[in-house]
Design a protein around this ligand. Structure first.
Ligand code: NAD
Ligand code: UFG
Length: 337
């Protein structure tokens, strides 16, 4: 199968590219490099010993995307492209609605024109809002209590895909709701490389470990969780990657939604401790105020993906920390090194 990856030079797309190639697929990447580096392609070529076709283009450039479809004739699309910074989306909502919705609308239009009927979409745990019960399942109501424009764009795109599938009986949609991706490819050649100060916990920890930042701020220790710090469902990015390959292999007409998660909750202090052990160095931290908009705990039930996609996580938090450390210590300044 030939799969077109929008946003494929980003963190999750680049790791998924490896899993797809290792499982016998051809891929083509389209990315405007707004939040990633062209160096990713060199690294992917090295890891996979192939030459990954890459187009530097904005998905919203419809005529260019049509040319790419004409040239590459993909069988399926994984739609990673999008902006993802929750805080920025609150400050600049239009930028998020514009980029995330327009990329999806243009892409779906071009897919329809070229009769490409299979799509896997990068959604997020955020569409579940503040969960009423844990673990979160796919049948829990989504779209209630979403706290930021980023999350709304994901929920709206889920709805757009659902409506298109209702109108076209050949259309195959898999919505993957990611929980908290962490880790890096075992080669240490690719990994997460956020712009500026990281918003997410593990990249913040790795930048403290490498000396780029002084100490981790732990956002609150008065939550109703075992140690008072926030609990999340961290998933190794290579497990997330194999979830996409499984989703494509099991794709069928209609809409299927899966949580891609480990099923286990890990607190902020537990993650700091796991990283300290994996990297063999202590990580300075201080307890600070809660971050506005954060929830106490989020973890999900992974059994639907296991049953229907025959997929499950294989990597531990320890492995994710070791792999993130290998990536960050080999590339202290990310792809700019
Ligand atoms: P990322 O920013 O590393 O990758 C996204 C890629 O999309 C980037 O390479 C960026 O340059 C590209 N892009 C953005 N707008 C584009 C446009 N208009 N045209 C072409 N390319 C464009 O993010 P990621 O962590 O790899 O996330 C991938 C997807 O998964 C995103 O849709 C994100 O919202 C979703 N997601 C991420 C997380 C997470 O914690 N990382 C969690 C849930 C969902
Ligand atoms: N945290 C800290 N200090 C930091 C960063 C985070 O204590 O410097 C805490 C947070 O309070 C939270 C936990 O670490 O308890 C995880 O925070 P992240 O920012 O890493 O992740 P979130 O769960 O807040 O959000 C992430 C992505 C969203 C995505 C969501 C679910 O940023 O886009 O996971 O997939 F939707």
């Amino acid at each position: 199968m030939k799969i077109l990856l929008t946003g494929g030079t980003g963190y999750i797309g680049s790791h998924t590219a490896i899993d797809l190639i290792e499982n016998g697929n051809d891929i083509v990447i389209v990315d405007n490099l707004s939040n990633s580096s062209k160096e990713v392609i060199n690294r992917l070529n090295k890891i996979t010993k192939t030459k990954v076709p890459f187009y530097e283009s904005d998905i919203r450039n419809k005529s260019k995307l049509e040319e790419i479809f004409e040239q590459e004739k993909p069988d399926a699309v994984i739609h990673f492209a999008g902006l993802k910074a929750v805080g920025e989306s609150v400050e600049q909502p239009l930028k998020y609605y514009s980029n995330n919705l327009e990329t999806s609308l243009v892409l779906l239009d071009v897919m329809s024109k070229f009769d490409v009927n299979k799509i896997v979409f990068s959604s997020s745990a955020t569409v579940c809002g503040t969960p009423k019960k844990l673990p979160i399942t796919e049948s829990d109501q989504a779209g209630v209590g979403i706290t930021n424009p980023y999350g709304w764009t994901k929920f709206m795109i889920e709805q757009i895909l659902t409506d298109i599938a209702a109108a076209n009986p050949n259309f195959e949609v898999t919505i993957l709701r990611y929980f908290n991706p962490v880790g890096a490819h075992k080669s240490g050649l690719i990994g997460e490389d956020p712009n500026g100060i990281p918003n997410n916990l593990l990249p913040y920890i790795t930048q403290v470990a490498v000396g780029r930042l002084a100490k981790v701020g732990v956002f609150g220790n008065d939550y109703n969780t075992p140690d008072g710090t926030g609990v999340r469902d961290y998933i190794h990015v290579m497990d997330l990657a194999s979830g996409h390959t499984a989703a494509l292999n099991h794709s069928k007409p209609g809409v299927a939604i899966y949580n891609l998660c480990s099923g286990k909750g890990v607190s902020v202090l537990e993650l700091i401790d796991a990283f300290s052990k994996a990297a063999g160095k202590s990580i300075p931290y201080e307890i600070t105020d809660r971050r506005p908009g954060d929830i106490a705990a989020s973890y999900a039930d992974a059994s639907k993906a296991k049953k229907e996609l025959n997929w499950q996580t294989v990597y531990s938090i320890k492995q994710a920390c070791a792999d993130s450390w290998k990536w960050q210590s080999n590339n202290p300044n990310g792809f700019a090194d």
